[in-house]
Design a binder for this molecule. Structure first.
Ligand SMILES: NC(=O)c1ccc[n+]([C@@H]2O[C@H](COP(=O)([O-])OP(=O)(O)OC[C@H]3O[C@@H](n4cnc5c(N)ncnc54)[C@H](O)[C@@H]3O)[C@@H](O)[C@H]2O)c1
Length: 239
């Protein structure tokens, strides 16, 4: 796991709960500490899972024991499958994929949790495009079933099968979609951001406030959060 921020800590927690040994690397030691805290004692962390009856104490302790937060990049790269959740900057993600390709065993699958960059742009920086794939999670990772699996033309069937199996084991609902360089956002974010843009227009025109738009959409569509609340939650990790 690369990146211990809002997404990385939660993804690591979910994978460890599913029985995978997880090594989390971040360039920022403070982020490693915070990510560990979120995964263990945070609002959706392992302890809260026990309190909410989702896990037994033994299961939570076993998951915690499978989690390693480290400043050692090589340790995180030497795993069967790596998910990068570094900030949404294309240049950074390309560099991360290139560095992972150099450090990871040839068999390692490289996944990106990008919110929408073409996966083919990341895979092109590697010598293993058949093992490059998008595995897009939603926040908070321990709660949301969402698993948008983004395959490029080069992604192998075997890679897709392995990643879908891992997502299922993590309790998620994998849906495989096609990568495209034509638009940012795959499926979920393309549709979502079109809706947010319209919601912002409504606010700019003075038709309704952000809170009113959120309330109307929650009541009309039974969404747990409106478009503006969703943007805030994605930034804060719903803490
Ligand atoms: N927040 C959400 O709701 C959400 C949902 C789905 C996908 N995403 C995507 O997940 C990715 C991460 O988002 P986030 O909200 O967790 O961001 P974040 O800023 O909370 O965390 C990113 C972490 O990456 C670390 N980092 C930066 N450069 C690094 C490097 N070279 N190697 C290792 N770690 C590095 C940072 O120190 C930070 O801790 C982004 O691509 C984002 O678009 C976010």
């Amino acid at each position: 796991m690369l990146g211990a921020g809002v997404m990385g800590g939660g993804i690591a927690q979910v994978a460890a709960t599913a029985g995978f040994d997880v090594v989390v690397y971040d360039i920022d030691p403070a982020a490693l500490r915070t990510g560990h805290e979120h995964a263990t004692v945070g609002r959706y962390g392992l302890d809260s899972g026990v309190a909410r009856g989702k896990l037994t104490r033994e299961e939570a302790d076993a998951a915690a024991a499978r989690l390693t937060f480290t400043e050692d990049f090589e340790a995180a790269a030497h795993t069967d499958l790596v998910i990068e959740a570094v900030p949404e900057r294309l240049d950074l993600k390309i560099r991360v994929f290139r560095d992972l390709d150099a450090a990871a065993p040839q068999s390692t699958i490289l996944c990106s949790n990008s919110s929408g960059f073409p996966i083919q742009a990341l895979s092109a920086a590697t010598n293993r495009a058949d093992r490059g794939v998008g595995w897009h999670w939603a926040s908070p990772a321990p709660v949301m079933k969402f698993a948008e699996i983004v395959r490029t033309r080069a992604t192998s069937d075997e890679t897709v099968t392995t990643v879908c199996a891992a997502a299922l084991r993590c309790g998620k609902h994998p849906v495989v979609v096609q990568d495209t360089a034509m638009a940012w956002g795959y499926v979920a974010n393309r549709v979502y951001f079109a809706m947010v843009a319209e919601a912002q227009k409504v606010v700019n025109e003075g038709v309704a406030t952000q809170d009113e738009v959120d309330q109307l959409l929650m009541d009309c569509y039974r969404w747990p959060s409106g478009p503006f609340g969703m943007v805030k939650g994605a930034t804060s990790g719903w803490t």
